[in-house]
Ligand binder design. Structure first.
Ligand code: PRE
Length: 86
């Protein structure tokens, strides 16, 4: 494949990634609303460690583990921000 073909593939993958990130954000927002009602903490470090372990178990090997952790730490940071704004 040429660069243009790989870029078209990346565009298609990005469409799926953004759709899934939006679904994840909606789930995190729903959790945030429940926490607001029950007085739960937005930041749950134990759960975040479980999420990080789970995504490592899904890694098929193309992403270095440390980089996958960086990506997910950032995602969860954004999710916490959404929960604080709700
Ligand atoms: O599971 C939760 O309690 C959430 O609020 C979701 C989530 C996440 O994005 O996965 C976000 C913030 C918490 O610190 C832990 C996990």
């Amino acid at each position: 494949m040429e660069i243009a073909d790989w870029r078209a593939k990346i565009d298609g993958l990005d469409e799926q990634i953004v759709k899934l990130l939006c679904e994840r954000a909606a789930a995190a927002a729903a959790i945030g609303e429940l926490k607001a009602k029950t007085g739960g903490n937005i930041y749950e470090p134990d759960r975040e460690q479980n999420v990080l372990a789970h995504v490592q178990s899904c890694n098929t090997g193309e992403l270095p583990p440390a980089q996958l952790t960086v990506i997910y730490e950032r995602i969860m940071d954004v999710m916490r921000g959404l929960q604080r704004r709700a």
